[in-house]
Every structure is written in C-alpha cells, then in structure tokens.
Design a protein around this ligand. Structure first.
Ligand code: TNX
Length: 513
C-alpha cells in the first residue's frame, strides 16, 4: 500500500501555505512591457484583496471606475471606488494629479507601491491611464477556479514616461472592413501597451469606409465591396464619432486617412466626374496597387478634397489628417507635387496638420507636416530637411501584414518575413542614417488587410509583434534588450490568453505554459 502523509499534517501544511507570506518578488524583475524608465525595489509587498478600495478625485472618477473594472476582470473579485478628497491615511490604491514632477510630461506617471498603499500620480489623466496599464500588468493572474483571495504586488517605485510622443498602430479597414465592435476591441488591446494613436486607413481602391454627407455615393457605391468581392461596409458619421469617443476613454487619438491621389478607385467608381475621361471605372476587388489616380488638373477634384477634408476634420478632435500620397504610379510627378501642395493647404484651412506616406516629401512640406517613412530613406530625409517630422514605419520591421516566416499562413512577404525577434531587435534611432533624433515623431505599425478578414486574423498578426514596437516607442534605449525582452514577453502568454487574444506562439519565445 502506498504511504500517504497523515491528514493532520497535510492540513497543517495547507494552513501554513495560506498564512505564510511568500518572499516578496522584486519589482524590477516584473514582466512589464514596455519596460519603464526607472524601477526601484522596495522589498515588501502590497496585498491586493477584494476589500482594497480605490480612491480618486472627481476629475479622475472615470479612470477610477476603469481601474475597478479591470481589477475585477483580473481577479473575479469586487472592488470599491471612493471619489472625493484625497484620504492620506486610507489603505488602498490612490489616484492623484500633481504637478511637482515636470519630467513626467503629459503621459508619464509615478507608481509607488508600499505595504499599505499604492499611489499613482501623474500631471494629466493620460499619465494616470498609462500608469494603470503598468499596474494591470503587476496584478498576478489566477486561474478561474482558484480560491485565491489576495494578489501580491511587489513594492517599490516606478517612474515612467515615453521616449516618443507618437506610438501608433494602423488598421486598414478598406481592403476588408471591420465594424465598430472590432475597432473598439482593437483600441482596448493596443492601449494596454501604451499605444496612443490609431491610424484608420479609411479609403483605398477596394473600399470607401466613412460616410461623407456631401458625396453620399462614396459609401453607397464605393463602400459596397472589399478585396475578394465581399459585401464591404462603412462607418456612418455617428459610428465614427462613437469610435473617436471610445478611443478618447483609452487616451488614444484617431488619425483618419483618405489616401490620394492614388489608391482612389472606390471614389472614382462612385463619381464619374472625378475621372479625367468622365467615365467611372468598375469597382475593384483585387489586390494590385498603383493603378488609380484622381484627376489632378480638374477643379472638381479640389472641391471633392475640400468637402471630404472639411467633414473629416469636423469629426476629428486630434491634430492630424492623413492624406496618403503613396504609390501614385499613374500620376506624373509634375502633377503629383502641385496636388499634394494644394491638399496640404486644404488640410491647414480646416485646422489640421497633414501626414502623408514618405512620397509626399517630393512636395513643399510645411514644418508641421509629418512624413511617414515606410519605403525610402531618401524620402524621409528630404522631408526632415524641409523641417517636417518623421514617423517611422519601416515595412521590413513594423508592417504587421508581413508573414512571421514562410510557414505562417496569413499575410504577405514582399518586404520581409518578420519574426518576433526581428520586429523588436532594431533601433529607431539609427534606422535612417543622417536623420536627427529630434526629427523622429515616433513609430507606427500598420496592418494592411488584403489577407486579413476576421478579428482573430488581426490578433494573430498584431500579437505579439506590436508589444515589441510598443517598447521601442516608449522605453529608453538603455532598457531595451532582446534577451531580457523575450523573457518578459513569455510571461504575457497567460495575460494575452486571459484577454482572449489569438496570438502567434513564436518558437523564439519560451512561453510560460
Ligand atoms: C504597400 S505601404 C502599400 C499598401 C499595401 C501594402 C501591403 C503603403 C504606403 N502602401 O497599399 O496594402 O503595401 O503590404
């Protein structure tokens, strides 16, 4: 017969295990992505439990509610929010705005974890939101059937702020359309890694996805299909306002893009008068690029652009409108340059700054315009030499529609195969030789959707590569290191699973479980 320990010994051991505090873990060893600017270790721990209150002043009440909701989702326990004056003596999690740490800027925060309380301080609500993403990553995950009732958070102090002001993701909703619910989920998932801009590619050859009241056929005709001939779709202006509002609650700014003068077949198919020959081409459901152009020497074209930009600007609280400008292979450079110059003026008339893909640097850029580098370093440099800022989207490193390797089924590979190490292991600072650091606005990771049709497809291509890009955009050079990053990333498998993310389990990472 097998020997078993007497029952009372097992019971005593179980009791011991539930009462004896485990040695505190080291805050600096936490699997945070992006890794913070500075972490000091305290040697104690804060025991989060259902009775832990969250305290927030009135102006942070919504963020207090958000924290309570995310804690409840992680722990399956209820938490209480108290809104009002700061209560210095109370045990719990305290959110506060302060102004005595100017180095934190608009998005930085300081998170101080002690045995009895956690203090999250920032200059602005955006900083509180970023700090809450760090705090979320510090709460250990438990399995749903666990009887666990407290969650140890190692003590110490995190002081953190972003390296770059713009840390973006782009979703192409033109090649395939994704509805409001999908985009909201996308916003939640990217915001968890401190991404602060969502660029929506709203119009291309295969589909026009935003209602323009003065040109209604753009959506009734131009929005009616997609790559492969599916039904397409579009956002009404109310849908779009709802996306903008939701993004604001996650401190994400939406950048709308209408690509022009190329990538315009959907518009050209909707209105014959936009074509030089006055004839509307058929709708297009293939995946070729570079065959369409607006008629750059007709006045109606500029009336169209002005109407579209005006309506879009009115829907856009953020500073930027993206006008595309890429791959206009059938527009002569002699026509392209004055077109972009004029479009830039129209964007200014409606109170916005222009962003364009790197080809726009052939035109005369104003200093507040942004060149999005995707293909040609010389274009990025030409933009910078005109005083414009540069947004880095090198296709061979950050294009989320590139396959991981030749065996992964979704995506393309014209720029590269991008495994998880390749996506992380490069330096934005030295990518374009001769580009001054102070000209780099930030990074953006585009997901083109020729091969992408479902939210699960989106997640597979975005995760986990976007986490690496998020760290390159946020964390200082000194804390970035692939060997350490891949260990931290491994710990995110359970977190991504808990969020229901269909992520790519790269063999380069020893995923925890
Ligand atoms: C190039 S990147 C494009 C897109 C395609 C993408 C596919 C850029 C500015 N233009 O039109 O969707 O490649 O990877």
């Amino acid at each position: 017969m097998q020997k078993t320990a007497p029952f009372h010994l097992l019971a005593a051991l179980a009791l011991l295990a539930s009462c004896t505090p485990l040695p505190p873990t080291d805050l600096s060893q936490a699997s945070l992505i992006p890794y913070p600017v500075a972490v000091t270790t305290g040697g104690e721990r804060f025991a989060l439990q259902a009775q832990t209150n969250v305290y927030a002043p009135a102006e942070l009440a919504a963020l207090g509610t958000y924290l309570v909701e995310t804690l409840t989702a992680t722990t399956q326990q209820p938490f209480a929010l108290e809104v009002g004056q700061p209560n210095p003596a109370a045990k719990g999690i305290h959110l506060a705005l302060g102004d005595n740490l100017p180095e934190l800027g608009a998005e930085g925060y300081q998170l101080t974890i002690a045995a009895k309380r956690i203090d999250l301080v920032a200059n602005q609500p955006a900083g509180i939101f970023r700090g809450l993403q760090t705090l979320r990553q510090l709460v250990p995950l438990v399995s749903r059937d666990s009887s666990q009732r407290y969650w140890d958070i190692p003590s110490g102090t995190i002081t953190d702020y972003p390296l770059y002001a713009y840390r973006g993701a782009m979703l192409d909703v033109s090649r395939h359309f994704f509805g409001v619910a999908d985009v909201k989920r996308f916003i939640d998932l990217i915001a968890a890694f401190k991404i602060n801009f969502l660029h929506l590619h709203l119009a291309d050859d295969q589909g026009w996805r935003i209602e323009i009241k003065s040109w209604p056929q753009l959506t009734t005709i131009g929005g009616s299909t997609a790559v492969g001939g599916g039904p397409g779709g579009f956002y009404t202006q109310d849908d779009y306002r709802e996306l903008v509002r939701y993004a604001q609650t996650r401190f994400v700014t939406i950048v709308p893009e209408i690509d022009m003068p190329g990538h315009t077949n959907a518009a050209l198919a909707s209105y014959p008068e936009l074509n030089c020959n006055g004839v509307a081409p058929p709708l297009y459901t293939g995946t070729k690029v570079g065959f369409s152009t607006l008629c750059t020497d007709q006045e109606i074209t500029y009336q169209f652009v002005d109407d579209v930009v005006r309506e879009l600007a009115a829907l856009t609280p953020g500073p930027y409108l993206h006008v595309g400008g890429d791959e206009s292979h059938v527009t002569d450079l002699d026509d392209y340059i004055p077109f972009i110059n004029r479009v830039q003026e129209i964007v200014h008339t409606h109170g916005k700054q222009m962003i364009g893909w790197d080809e726009v640097s052939h035109a005369s850029l104003s200093k507040n315009s942004v060149v999005q580098y995707w293909a040609k370093a010389e274009n990025a440099l030409r933009g910078a030499s005109q005083g414009a800022q540069v947004l880095l989207s090198p296709a061979h490193k950050v294009y989320l529609d590139m396959q991981y390797d030749s065996t992964t089924h979704l995506g393309l590979h014209w720029a590269a195969y991008i495994e998880v190490d390749s996506a992380y292991n490069w330096s934005p600072e030295t990518l374009v030789p001769g580009l001054n650091q102070d000209k780099i606005l930030g990074l953006e990771s585009p997901l083109w959707t020729e091969t992408v049709t479902t939210m699960a497809d989106i997640e597979y291509l975005v995760f986990p590569r976007l986490l690496g890009h998020a760290e390159l955009g946020w964390s200082p050079v000194a804390v970035r290191n692939w060997a350490q990053y891949r260990v931290r990333l491994a710990a995110h498998a359970t977190r991504m699973e808990a969020l229901g993310i269909n992520f790519y389990r790269s063999k380069q990472v020893d995923w925890l479980r």
